[in-house]
Design a protein around this ligand. Structure first.
Ligand code: TYM
Length: 335
């Protein structure tokens, strides 16, 4: 249980691409810094999760640093949040084993992300690690006794599993874990693919033209917005069902300016999609340009990143060690 009075927050992100995209950013990362002053905040780059699918070791190492730099550029202040790499805190994997042993095989098999991903690659090329991925995610959360977990909509089911496992463990072995709450900002919870606004923006499923990366060249990003698929009709109006394309662009516009969607609709009343897209493309270019510069500055000093990561892992380990000791005691292990 948290020893301090502040509530705890934890989230994680995979280092599986050279850049995070707008879905990751608006759906999750942007919320992370808002917790860091009134919560004990723990944010990790989940490299153990990244090896559940085929990958290249050299790329993983580089992407892990790029992920850390982007999180700092996005406003995570390592003085206020514990920013660390999952594999630096071995207690995540240790708790995951324990949770594996209280998870039903069928229960794990019902995770939709697993079903989707394994259906694509076939059972022989699907690792057991991918099957147990959500259980490791539960361990990431429960080892810190997190109260809140800021995530996008696609992670809701994994959070439900986490809550079930926490409740089950508490019921069998005595109150041990805080049961966490998902923190999902409804309006940003599912950023859509720019070319296929019926699907979410996804690093594994979207074509490059459907994704805007945070580290994208500003001119390319602007062009992607101008070529985004929009719906029939011409009115700039938020209507997720009938106008998913323009609604997605309105969401991004609102996120970048802080203006409510209703105000933006009024502002563009009587104008064409094209005019709106040009204005949004400029906002996007003005956002990704400085973001990329800041990330590159941070990446130029690896020694400083290593220092930040060591200090983050130390803070994380202090909490994780306590939780694991309590869990081992509850399980009946000889201590
Ligand atoms: P990952 O790296 O796939 O995604 C990171 C975060 O981005 C959100 N996200 C989106 N949100 C809105 N619209 C989209 N199109 C979109 N695409 C991605 C995801 O919901 C996620 O919040 N399994 C986690 C990583 C993880 C984790 C954890 C998260 C591992 N351990 C513990 C929270 C707590 C994941 O999906 O990462």
């Amino acid at each position: 249980m948290p020893t301090e009075s502040k509530p705890r927050v934890l989230s994680g992100i995979q280092p599986t691409a050279d850049s995070f995209h707008f879905g990751n950013y608006f759906g999750a990362i942007r919320q992370w810094p808002t917790f860091q002053h009134d919560h004990d905040a723990f944010y990790c780059v989940v490299d153990l999760h990244a090896i559940t699918v085929e990958y290249d070791p050299a790329a993983l190492r580089e992407r892990t640093y790029r992920s850390v730099a982007q999180l700092i550029a996005a406003g995570i202040d390592p003085e206020h949040s514990a920013l660390f790499i999952q594999s630096h805190v071995p207690q995540h994997a240790q708790l995951a084993w324990v949770l594996n042993c209280i998870t039903g095989f069928g229960e794990a098999g019902r995770m939709t992300q697993f079903k989707d991903k394994s259906a694509k690659s076939g059972s022989d090329r699907t690792s057991v690690g991918l099957f147990t991925y959500p259980i490791l995610q539960a361990a990431d959360i429960l080892i810190y006794q997190a109260d809140q977990v800021p995530i996008g909509e696609d992670q809701r089911q994994h959070l439900e599993l986490t809550r079930d496992l926490a409740g089950r463990f508490n019921h069998r072995f005595g109150k041990t874990f805080t049961v966490p709450q998902p923190y999902i900002v409804k309006s940003m919870a599912k950023i859509l693919d720019l070319q296929d606004p019926t699907a979410k923006m996804s690093k594994s499923a979207s074509a490059p033209s459907g994704i805007i990366d945070l580290l994208e060249d500003p001119r390319k990003a602007a062009k992607k917005i101008r070529s985004a698929v929009t719906d029939s009709g011409s009115e700039i109006r938020f209507d997720e069902e009938n106008k998913p394309g323009i609604s997605n662009l309105l969401t991004i516009y609102s996120a970048l300016t802080g203006s409510p969607v209703a105000v933006i609709e009024k502002e563009y009343e009587g104008q064409q999609y094209g005019q709106f897209k040009v204005a949004l493309s400029e906002l996007v270019a003005d956002f990704v340009g400085p973001f990329g510069e800041r990330t590159n500055e941070l990446l130029a000093d690896r020694a400083e990143l290593d220092r930040i990561l060591k200090s983050g892992a130390d803070k994380a380990k202090a909490v994780a060690t306590q939780t694991l000791a309590l869990v081992y005691d509850r399980l009946g292990f000889v201590l």
